[in-house]
Design a protein around this ligand. Structure first.
Ligand SMILES: NC(=O)c1ccc[n+]([C@@H]2O[C@H](COP(=O)([O-])OP(=O)(O)OC[C@H]3O[C@@H](n4cnc5c(N)ncnc54)[C@H](O)[C@@H]3O)[C@@H](O)[C@H]2O)c1
Length: 253
């Protein structure tokens, strides 16, 4: 498959966790992936990799909270590949702070990284997707955008609720342009950051997670990547504005 035949995807927050798993899954399926993250990938150069023979392995430093940074990333991808078929808005941050512990600065950062970024991402790829009359955008939200969780992490809940609402709004707006926009909302997924946060929160929370998850276990990043791949690709061609929970049954309980 050459560059022209291959689907071109941008995956944000892609150096680890769910983003990394998604990128790996896409690459296995023959999709060309531009991985972006605010952290430089230590295993690679922190700038565009120029190797023609390894074009499936691109990495760009990217701050998803800044429109300027989005313009740079989208501009570079369009220069190189001439199109963007898929955007996965995955980058995000979390907190386990109690409601009254949170401060204004933390709230604003959370909303900026988790919600504003989704709007900026969609806005940035729209011109090219509209022109090519196709596109698929998958936004990564959370079960905490749709449930009260543990009564903690207020800013996180608000930020993820916004992702789901924005997805539905944008899906309606751009359906006629043949641009599909969906959400994948994970439950508790084994990635280093999440495991550490839960470990710090103590045994009670770890036990409660297992107890409240009907399937009785954490999910794996690859299980979320499968759902993202499904919604990103042609198998979901009549699905837009949907929210797919990958949560071992948490939302059904
Ligand atoms: N792991 C879980 O249990 C879980 C559950 C529900 C939702 N999620 C969501 O899944 C997504 C991925 O999370 P993860 O668990 O893989 O976490 P992670 O911390 O392993 O990965 C998130 C990535 O986003 C990057 N990032 C943070 N701020 C950024 C910015 N301003 N610009 C660009 N990149 C930035 C980080 O550097 C990191 O590489 C997030 O949106 C998260 O809220 C995760």
């Amino acid at each position: 498959m050459n560059e022209v035949e291959s689907k071109i995807a941008i995956v944000t927050g892609a150096i680890r966790g769910i983003g990394k798993a998604t990128s790996s899954r896409f690459k296995r399926e023959g999709i060309t992936v531009i991985e972006t993250d605010i952290l430089p990938d230590q295993d690679r150069n922190d700038t565009y990799e120029e190797s023609q023979s390894d074009f499936k392995n691109q990495f760009l430093v990217h701050d998803v909270t800044e429109e300027k940074s989005w313009k740079e990333v989208v501009g570079q991808v369009l220069n190189r590949f001439g199109k963007i078929d898929i955007l996965v808005n995955n980058a995000g941050i979390g907190t386990l702070s109690d409601f009254e512990e949170e401060d204004e600065k933390g709230w604003e950062t959370m909303l900026s990284v988790n919600s504003k970024s989704i709007w900026l991402g969609i806005k940035s790829v729209l011109p090219s997707m509209k022109e090519q009359k196709s596109g698929s955008i998958v936004n990564v939200s959370s079960i905490f955008g749709a449930s009260g969780g543990f009564g903690k992490s207020a800013s996180y809940h608000a930020s993820k609720g916004a992702v789901s609402a924005l997805t539905r709004n944008a899906a309606v707006r751009y359906a006629a342009n043949n641009i599909r926009i969906n959400t994948v909302s994970p439950g508790f997924i084994k990635v280093l950051r999440e495991e550490k946060a839960i470990e710090n929160a103590g045994d009670k929370m770890s036990r409660e997670i297992i107890f409240r998850t009907p399937m009785g276990r954490w999910g794996n990043a690859s299980e979320v990547a499968s759902a993202i791949h499904f919604l990103a690709g042609p198998e979901s061609s009549y699905i837009t504005g949907a929210e797919l929970f990958v949560d071992g049954g948490w939302m059904a309980a």
